[in-house]
Design a protein around this ligand. Structure first.
Ligand SMILES: *Cc1c(COP(=O)(O)O)cnc(C)c1O
Length: 227
């Protein structure tokens, strides 16, 4: 099923849109199947899982971190983690950006990052509040070994995907504002928003990177992790 699912999604996505296959709780076999069907980017939430899959899959895909850094700080702020990931999509504080910057300096790498926006202003969710995004981006942009490449948002979870629209729209607005002020060393290239239930709405609000798990890999095997 994974192959059919990926092919269908890829055939429907506009050319300039990047598909990130969100692979939490998925093993290397499933990930390889998705790659063989045309997936180019794997999104991982958990460092341990990511490293186990990466051992098998290696550089047959790019690896994006889409989890919460400060919940696994010990594993996250390591050379091996910074070596394996090609992008961190979920940076939401200067402190965590400085941690990434410091390690990437050591390994001679400039890490592409996205700034996560807490577009729903949900206290339990990660991400910087919309009104604080520009100030954070200005600070992080001064770091030499991270490179801001865009924004990411989850938005609140709804049964009806239309309810996500205002949150995607607000994130797009920030994206355009930051693009307009044209900060040195900031490239507003990627707008990562939309998941299985909401990616069509996200695309219509300007997303050019979508993170899709369930529609590729099927329902989760256990529901211990809910975003
Ligand atoms: C799990 C997850 C996704 C994919 O969610 P689905 O509803 O399974 O498509 C996307 N982004 C993040 C950050 C996730 O944790």
């Amino acid at each position: 099923m994974i192959i059919e699912n990926v092919k269908k999604i890829l055939s429907e996505l506009p050319d300039q849109v990047e598909l990130v296959a969100a692979a939490k709780e998925k093993n290397a076999e499933d990930i390889l199947e998705a790659i063989h069907a045309g997936v180019k980017i794997i999104g991982e939430n958990y460092i341990g899982e990511a490293k186990r899959a990466h051992k098998v899959v290696g550089n047959q895909a790019l690896w994006h971190f889409i989890g919460i850094p400060h919940k696994q700080k010990h594993d996250f702020l390591r050379k091996s983690t910074m070596e394996m990931f090609d992008m961190i999509e979920t940076i939401d504080s200067l402190k965590i950006a400085e941690g990434v910057d410091r390690i990437c300096k050591d390994i001679g790498k400039v890490m592409p990052i996205l700034i996560e926006i807490n577009s729903g202003r949900e206290p339990q969710k990660s991400g910087v509040l919309p009104e604080d995004a520009e100030a954070l981006i200005r600070e992080i942009s001064k770091l030499q070994n991270v490179k801001i490449m865009g924004l990411m948002t989850m938005g609140p979870r709804f049964g009806n995907s239309e309810d996500s629209r205002p949150y995607f729209r607000e994130t797009r607005k920030i994206f355009e504002q930051i693009k307009k002020i044209d900060l040195p060393d900031v490239e507003m290239k990627y707008l990562s928003m939309g998941m299985t239930n909401s990616y069509l709405v996200a695309l219509s609000e300007g997303a050019n990177m979508v993170r899709i798990g369930t529609k590729i890999f099927g329902e989760k095997t256990c529901d211990a992790v809910k975003g």
